[in-house]
Design a protein around this ligand. Structure first.
Ligand SMILES: C[S@@+](CC[C@H](N)C(=O)[O-])C[C@H]1O[C@@H](n2cnc3c(N)ncnc32)[C@H](O)[C@@H]1O
Ligand code: SF4
Ligand code: SF4
Length: 371
C-alpha cells in the first residue's frame, strides 16, 4: 500500500513538473505546487538591518493569534501531497519560536514530504536540537551572513548573535547523528560580498554540506524601500563582486559543498546593477508562499496575497482568477532574483539545466530519491 501511495504521489509530482514546464504553451497549471514556503510566524528574536519584519507595531499576542495552527497546516499539506507537492520549507520570522515546530515537522514527514527549516539558529539548545532530529527533519538552514562576529552582529542588530549562533549549530550537530543535513545561508550585500569566498571553509568547519547565497532584496512586503541604502552594492562594486562570486564557487567545489547553481550565481551582479532581463518565473506554478497570517502569495516579492487560508481553501485560491491572472502577467518577470523562486525555474530551463547539471542532479536526489 505504501508503495502504491508513493507511486501515486510521485506520478502526480511528475505530471506537475510537466505542466509547469509547458505552461507558456499549453496554459494548464499544476494541480498543486511542488514546493511551498511557509512563514510559520512573524515573531522574531532579532532585529536585522536587512529585514523589517520585527518593526511591526502589532502586539505579539495579536501576531500569534493570526498564525495557522499545526492542525490546519497538516490538513492542508496532506491534501497537497496527494496531488504532487514534494517539499515544504518552514521559515519566519523565527520558526524556532513556535513550540509546535517538531510536531509540524513530524506530521509533514508522515505525509511523505521533504522538510527544511530556515532559522537564525539562536534558540538551538540541546532540547530543541534533539526534538528537530527526532521529528525527522531533512535539512536545517542556518543564516550566518559573514565568517566573523562583527559583520554578522552588525547586520543582525543584536551584539553577541554570532557567538550564540555558532554555539547553537555546534549543539545541534552534537545531537545530529548525520540524518539532518545542515546548510548555511549567507546574505550578499555591500558589507558582506568581499567576504563570501571565505564562507565555504567556514561552513565546512561547522559540518555543513551546503552553503547558499541570498542576494539582498528590498522588495519583501514588510521591508521599507530606501533610496540611500548602505546594504545595496553600488555599480562600481560589481566587478569586484564577480571575482568574489567566482572564488566562492571554487572554494565550495574544492570542499564538495553544494551551493546555488552557477547560472543563478552569475545573475547576482545583474540583479544589483538593475539590468536583470525578464526571465521565466515559476512563482505561482511550482512554488508559492504562505505568510505568517495565513495568506497565500504566488510570490512574496511582487504584489499581494490572493486570499486568506483562514477564509478560503487552498484549492479555491490556487485556481482563483487572481492566481491565474498572476501566472499570465508574470510568465516573464525581472522583479527579483530570489533563489527560492528563481532556481526552480532555472532547473526547468534547458540551457541553465545543462550549465547547472551537478546542481540539478543534487536537487533531484534531494527532493525525489530521498523521499
Ligand atoms: C526571512 S528569514 C526567516 C528565517 C530566520 N529568521 C532567519 O533569519 O534565517 C529567511 C532568510 O531570508 C533572508 N533574508 C531576510 N531578509 C532578506 C532580504 N532583505 N534580502 C534577502 N534575503 C533576506 C535571511 O537572511 C534568511 O536567511
Ligand atoms: S532575517 Fe530572520 S532573524 Fe532577521 S529579522 Fe528577519 S526573520 Fe528575524
Ligand atoms: S521574478 Fe517576478 S514573479 Fe518571480 S518571484 Fe520574482 S517578483 Fe515574483
Amino acid at each position: 500500500m505504501a508503495f502504491l501511495d508513493r507511486l501515486h504521489k510521485g506520478g502526480n509530482a511528475v505530471l506537475n513538473v510537466a505542466r509547469v514546464a509547458t505552461f507558456p504553451w499549453l496554459g494548464m497549471a499544476p494541480s498543486a505546487p511542488l514546493m511551498v514556503y511557509v512563514e510559520l510566524t512573524r515573531r522574531c528574536n532579532l532585529q536585522c538591518r536587512h529585514c523589517d519584519i520585527w518593526k511591526t507595531g502589532e502586539k505579539v499576542e495579536d501576531i500569534r493569534n493570526r498564525e495557522l495552527s499545526s492542525k490546519a497546516l497538516l490538513e492542508l499539506f496532506s491534501g497537497l501531497a496527494q496531488r504532487g507537492l514534494v517539499a515544504v520549507d518552514l521559515f519566519g520570522g523565527e520558526p524556532l519560536m513556535r513550540p509546535d515546530l517538531p510536531e509540524i515537522i513530524s506530521g509533514l514527514k508522515k505525509i511523505g514530504l521533504h522538510v527544511t527549516v530556515t532559522s537564525n539558529g539562536l534558540l538551538l539548545n540541546a532540547k530543541r536540537s534533539q526534538a528537530l532530529v527526532e521529528a525527522g527533519l531533512d535539512q536545517l538552514f542556518i543564516s550566518i551572513d559573514a565568517p566573523e562576529a562583527k559583520l554578522h552582529d552588525d547586520l543582525r542588530g543584536v551584539p553577541g548573535t554570532f557567538e550564540r549562533v555558532l554555539a547553537g549549530v555546534r549543539e545541534f550537530q552534537r545531537h545530529n547523528p548525520g540524518t539532518v543535513k545542515v546548510g548555511i545561508n549567507s546574505l550578499v550585500c555591500r558589507p558582506t560580498y568581499p567576504h563570501i569566498s571565505r564562507m565555504p571553509a567556514f561552513a565546512e568547519s561547522l559540518g555543513a554540506s551546503q552553503v547558499r547565497l541570498l542576494p539582498y532584496h528590498q522588495c519583501y512586503p514588510f521591508n521599507s524601500w530606501q533610496q540611500d541604502d548602505d546594504l545595496l552594492p553600488r555599480r562600481e562594486d560589481l566587478d569586484e563582486m564577480k571575482g568574489c562570486l567566482d572564488s566562492f564557487q571554487v572554494e565550495a567545489r574544492l570542499r564538495h559543498l553544494s551551493t546555488n547553481g552557477q547560472s543563478y550565481i552569475e545573475g547576482i551582479p545583474a540583479w544589483f546593477s538593475g539590468e536583470l532581463k525578464g526571465h521565466r518565473c515559476v512563482a505561482g506554478l511550482a512554488v508559492c508562499d504562505i505568510n505568517g497570517f495565513g495568506e497565500l502569495f504566488p510570490c512574496y516579492t511582487s504584489g499581494g496575497a490572493v486570499g486568506s487560508l483562514h477564509e478560503s481553501s487552498f484549492d479555491a485560491l490556487w485556481s482563483s482568477s487572481a492566481m491565474e491572472a498572476f501566472r499570465r502577467s508574470h510568465e516573464q518577470c525581472s522583479g527579483c532574483w530570489q533563489s527560492c523562486y528563481i532556481e526552480p525555474g532555472l532547473r526547468l530551463d534547458p540551457r541553465s539545466a545543462l550549465t547547472d547539471f551537478r546542481t540539478v542532479l543534487h536537487d533531484l536526489r534531494e527532493y525525489f530519491v530521498g523521499r
